[in-house]
Write a new protein. Structure first.
Length: 191
């Protein structure tokens, strides 16, 4: 006897598939997880997963985008808090990064030694996601006379992308690495 088919709203089902996929990717690894595994985890036929996502790669890419949004959700209020100076916000951002790094839902997956390339891709996606927000705030700080930057968007890009190497360097504790990020950011914003 077959189980009763449960009909869900498309967005709810899509999210359920994404959540199951990331859970399995984090437990088994990307390569060891199949679409059949994901379908089994959700309790649906494999074809339904393919109805929402053409391939495991596309499923993973969308899951990664959603995870980027989740990771950045705590940073956006800090970035846009204009009751503080831009330098104070950068300090608070560094503290938020240090606090959230190991607490994120799939942190263990991205920090796993075999997933270095995925971690780097995640870092780049986070930079791209945050870039318009940081650019907006640097422009506002320039307009208010707090900073004098000829190209706020270039500075924002540099601040975000340059820290990937520093944050990813594993020899120093993360708090010390974030301190270095702040020290370099101060030098860049001194102009």
């Amino acid at each position: 006897m077959r189980g009763k088919r449960i009909v869900k709203a498309p967005e709810e089902r899509r999210q359920e598939i994404l959540d199951a996929a990331m859970k399995l990717f984090s437990e088994k690894g990307y390569e060891e997880t199949s679409m059949a595994d994901i379908a089994r985890e959700v309790g649906v036929v494999q074809g339904l997963c393919y109805r929402y996502f053409d391939s495991k790669q596309k499923l993973f890419q969308e899951a990664m985008e959603r995870y980027v949004e989740e990771c950045c959700a705590a940073f956006l209020p800090v970035i846009h808090d204009r009751s503080r100076t831009i330098r104070e916000r950068l300090g608070r951002m560094a503290a938020a990064v240090a606090a959230s790094d190991r607490q994120e839902r799939y942190s263990a997956f991205y920090h796993h030694p075999g997933n270095q390339l995925l971690h780097e891709e995640l870092s780049l996606r986070i930079c791209r996601y945050l870039l318009p927000h940081v650019t907006e705030e640097l422009r506002a700080a320039c307009a208010a006379g707090e900073l004098s930057l000829p190209y706020p968007e270039v500075t924002a890009s540099y601040l975000l992308h340059a820290q990937i190497g520093l944050v990813g360097e594993g020899e120093l504790p993360l708090e010390a690495r974030m301190g270095e990020v702040l020290r370099y950011a101060e030098k860049i914003l001194e102009r």
